[in-house]
Unconditional design. Structure first.
Ligand SMILES: Cc1cc2nc3c(=O)[nH]c(=O)nc-3n(C[C@H](O)[C@H](O)[C@H](O)COP(=O)(O)OP(=O)(O)OC[C@H]3O[C@@H](n4cnc5c(N)ncnc54)[C@H](O)[C@@H]3O)c2cc1C
Length: 624
């Protein structure tokens, strides 16, 4: 029939978008259903340097509110806790106006073609080799070895940092990866002085800072995961400052033309299509697992309540589509488990309580939620941080940086200044586990809604911030549960930071603060001395650092709610080929599949999952 395809892919992020494009390119007919619409020409998405605007854009964003702790007393101390006031607005802080309802910690996601790769900060880093090997070890599937996964990276990447032909990198893939230009870096007069001091502390030559800022952190060196110090900041954007995302993979294949202008590949992209459940056939015998045959979805804009434009009175149109071969769920870490549970796949007791008929009792769905915890060490310098060149207005009229971007130049064609990698006292195998993003002129303190009834204080232009991402988090007690059987409701999410085995992450982050302080103390005049701490303490360094980390850490790299695991593991949702256990014709391919949060930034590893899944799904394509 008209609505039947070989494959249906749900969600167009780095997992699903990459996969749908590859399946279609291989000759399969594919329906890609995406809840959001296409904002590819929106400057907030397209202009690399406007990424701070992208995260808050109501045309792209989905708003989730989460908890980070089991203990509500800790949550109540979070300085950017978000509340809904009695007149429906947001308040951010710890002293809400009377009658306000506590929403939780604001947690951004993108509901648009290309998923979160269209509004993220573009940081494009590989996890350590041991993280891939871990998946091979628990599943016994050697195709997860770092060596094999490197092959997928090579096919994905279009590298602009290292000379063409450098082993371990790709130069023909769709995902451009580049670092800042020398010219841009040399414009950061004061910040470079801090980076010189950083180099010295890290055992690098302070007179070669610009060389360090072209150093390749994604190399295939055998000791790469032990290398520390300053590096270039790899970002998924091209050399003239266009963001490159999963949207590009999709659009290139969907728009490709064959002879006489016909459509070259059978990729149908349905935007404004919010999938509410997977459909199954009735097994022919008790021994057969239920087979996914298609999906049910709502055609309509902003039908999910995470969408800031959501209006409960707009119902959209209920539709169905069918798959001859397989259904692949790629809705991301929050939505893939939601879709599975709405379809009857999840912890039996939870589903029964919500009157959802159980198709497969799979207790791991929505458990094992993990993230990179983030924090920072920031301090006030003796001078303000400035940049030679145009002063950007971030979207306000007459922006000289936007004019420069149209020429492929200027700050908007660039990304975060520099990356610093270090090893904490609790690092395993001496692998680097602290990733700092270097921000002159402000402090990154996490996420909260852009429009609030109160003013959320900013930081002074003399502030410098080593914003810290903890790699290899040890916490795995996070949970995601449905609150009802209404697909429009957002789930209840609690990360349970620093609980259970996650306590060790506190020590690692405290070590990260200590290193940052050591660097600030070593910066000579006129940029130094850094007399006032901004984070974790305010003013003098006399706060309880672990308590600050515990109460104020944030995150935005959620993973692992539909994790791959061993056949013997009752909590494993997927096998090593992304197949949902206890079903046929159903897989999950996105960041929810990682048994552990990969590296410092999940987006490139998730693109690699999309590449790997394409290969394993195509190997099975003749079987159906
Ligand atoms: C503000 C921000 C900054 C970030 N910065 C970085 C960074 O610099 N580097 C990095 O590596 N990572 C970063 N991340 C994280 C990274 O972008 C994500 O981990 C990654 O995009 C996850 O990919 P995914 O395919 O699992 O899911 P997503 O990217 O979330 O894509 C899921 C897609 O599915 C769609 N969808 C969901 N439910 C349904 C449904 N029911 N029906 C139809 N469609 C549906 C969504 O609209 C979305 O398009 C950032 C994330 C955010 C939010």
């Amino acid at each position: 029939g008209k609505d039947t395809y070989d494959y249906i892919v749900v969600g167009s992020g780095p997992g699903g978008g990459t996969l749908a494009a590859n399946l279609a390119k291989a000759g399969e007919s594919v329906l890609l259903l995406e809840a959001g619409d296409d904002q590819g020409e929106n400057p907030a998405e397209k202009v690399a340097g406007l990424f701070p605007l992208a995260g808050g854009d109501p045309l792209m964003r989905w708003d989730f509110f989460v908890k980070y702790h089991s203990d509500d007393a800790i949550t109540r101390r979070y300085e950017h806790l978000t509340w809904r006031t009695t007149d429906g607005q947001f308040y951010v802080g710890t002293s809400p106006p009377a009658g306000a309802t506590q929403l939780g910690v604001y947690y951004p996601r993108a509901g648009t073609l290309g998923g979160c790769s269209t509004h993220n900060a573009m940081c494009a880093t590989l996890p350590s080799n041991s993280e891939w090997q871990h998946i091979a070890d628990i599943t016994g599937d050697d195709s997860w070895s770092a060596k094999n996964m490197r092959k997928h990276f090579i096919n994905l990447e279009n590298d602009h940092l290292v000379p063409k032909g450098t082993p371990g990198h790709g130069f023909n893939g769709f995902l451009d990866i580049s670092v800042n230009t020398d010219e841009f870096l040399q414009n950061q007069t004061e910040a470079i002085e801090v980076l010189k001091a950083t180099a010295k502390i890290m055992g690098q030559d302070p007179n070669k800072v610009f060389q360090h800022l072209q150093r390749d952190m994604n190399s295939d060196d055998p000791d790469r995961d032990q290398q520390t110090g300053l590096f270039g900041f790899p970002a998924h954007r091209d050399l003239v400052g266009n963001r490159v995302s999963a949207r590009d993979a999709v659009v290139q294949v969907a728009n490709a033309q064959g002879p006489r202008g016909s459509k070259k590949y059978a990729l149908t992209v349905g935007v404004n299509s919010f999938v509410t459940k997977v459909l199954f056939d009735k097994p022919k015998s008790n021994r057969d697992d239920p087979r996914a045959t298609g999906v049910e979805y709502i055609a309509g804009q902003s039908v999910y309540s995470a969408d800031p434009r959501y209006n409960s009175s707009s119902q959209g149109t209920k539709k169905q589509a069918f798959a001859r071969k397989e259904v692949i769920v790629s809705g991301g870490t929050f939505n893939s488990p939601q879709i599975l549970m709405l379809s009857g796949i999840g912890p039996k007791a939870d589903l029964t309580k919500l009157n959802i008929p159980v198709v497969v009792d799979l207790p791991g769905v929505g458990t094992n939620l993990q993230d990179n915890t983030e924090f920072g060490v920031a301090a006030g310098a003796s001078l303000n941080f400035t940049s030679k060149g145009p002063v950007c207005t971030y979207g306000a009229p007459g922006d000289p940086c936007l004019a420069a971007w149209h020429q492929g130049k200027g700050p908007y064609a660039q990304g975060p200044l520099a990356a610093l990698l270090a090893t904490s006292s609790v690092a395993v195998n001496n692998e680097r586990d602290l990733f700092y993003m270097v921000f002159p002129g402000g402090t990154f303190r996490g996420y909260w809604p852009g429009t609030t009834v109160n003013q959320v204080p900013g930081d002074a232009p003399n502030t410098f911030d080593f914003s810290l991402v903890k790699m290899g988090s040890k916490g795995n007690l996070g949970t995601l549960k449905l609150v009802s059987n209404d697909p429009r409701d957002t789930p209840e999410i609690n990360f349970r930071f620093f609980e259970g085995g996650g306590q060790v992450d506190l020590q690692a982050i405290e070590d990260g603060v200590t290193l940052g302080r050591k660097i600030y103390d070593s910066v000579p005049g006129p940029v130094g001395p850094f007399t006032k701490e901004v984070l974790p303490c305010t003013g003098a360094r006399n706060c309880d650092v672990q308590d600050e980390i515990k109460t104020q850490a944030w995150s935005h790299h959620a993973t692992s709610t539909c994790a791959i695991g061993a056949d013997s593991d009752p909590k494993a949702v997927l096998d090593s080929k992304f197949r949902v256990r206890g079903t046929r014709g159903l897989r999950v391919v996105d960041a929810s599949a990682f048994p552990k949060t990969p590296g410092a930034f999940p987006v490139v590893p998730t693109f690699m999952l999309g590449m790997k899944a394409s290969e394993v799904i195509l190997q099975d394509s003749k079987k159906w």
